[in-house]
Ligand binder design. Sequence first.
Ligand code: SF4
Length: 335
Amino acid sequence: MGIPRALHYFRYFPFWKRLLEKLNVEIVLTTPTNKKIVEEGVRHGFGELCIPIKIYYGHVFQLIREHPDLDYIFVPRYVSEVKDTYFCPKFLSLPDIIKILPDCPKLLNFEVNVKEFPLSTSVIELGKQLGKSQTTSLEAYAAAKSYFEEYHKFLRKGASVIHALRLVVRDRPFTLPKRTKKSDIRFLLLGHSYNVFDTYINLDFQKKLEDQGVEVITLENLPEKLFKIPVIVNNKLRNYWRHEEEIMQAIRYFLIEGRDEIDGVIFLISFACGPDSIISELIMRDMKVVGLPFLDIIMDEHSGEAGLLTRIESFTEMIKRKKRKLELSKGIKAR
Ligand code: SF4
């Protein structure tokens, strides 16, 4: 079974991997995103599509071209994972837009829609397509769930998703890498996982920050409890996009109790992403209230290395100077 290393991969791959392997499926992953994948995806994706969907196309084309012996491609339909929130409509229609591609192998149906049925039902349906009994599917589900919990515990200990996914792909135990560099400042890096962790399309953004002496944390490193209570804007507005809800929940924490735990916030947004464009405006207003420096970066297939580096350098330099000035004035007062 082919799996595109794009979109939901960055969020759910550990769960799928354990589940499918327990169902006796051999997984073929695409390579990490590269120039050819992006070019092919852009050629086939129509103009106003966001770049993550175009990249997804590119990965599917790689599977079709390089693995003609595949029985299936795994293109799940994520509708709702938590009651009261939905995934972006592009996730809802993903299997429909992929199955009409020329020479596309059969898609394996896997719909996640907890508003309508529990995840275990989706897994039983998946198992049926592979000729597995309900008992076998439920055992696979329990194993996948427990592995996914272990993976998230590891992330909450501070591991980066990029590192953790590498371990998952290689079937290695979860061990933290040794920290070699000392950081002067700490940023929260926000965005959809496919924007934050696809190092080709974001031009290895996290590494660029680390090279500037920045410690980076992402949503996945934050305590689970922050994501239990919904965000209600101005006591009346409820955001119903799943990923955006998580971003807002994280921001709420740094607005209230966690203000001093970070020095700045960067939000990576895909060009033409409707949900993100709305919440980035809300976040910017909140950041002004608490005086946290905020930078939003809009990415597409034309993003350039030099321009990005200049923005990162000037943002981090501005914050480092501000911090030095503050420490200096504290020192003078103490004397
Ligand atoms: S949330 Fe935004 S970036 Fe993600 S698939 Fe939807 S439109 Fe594209």
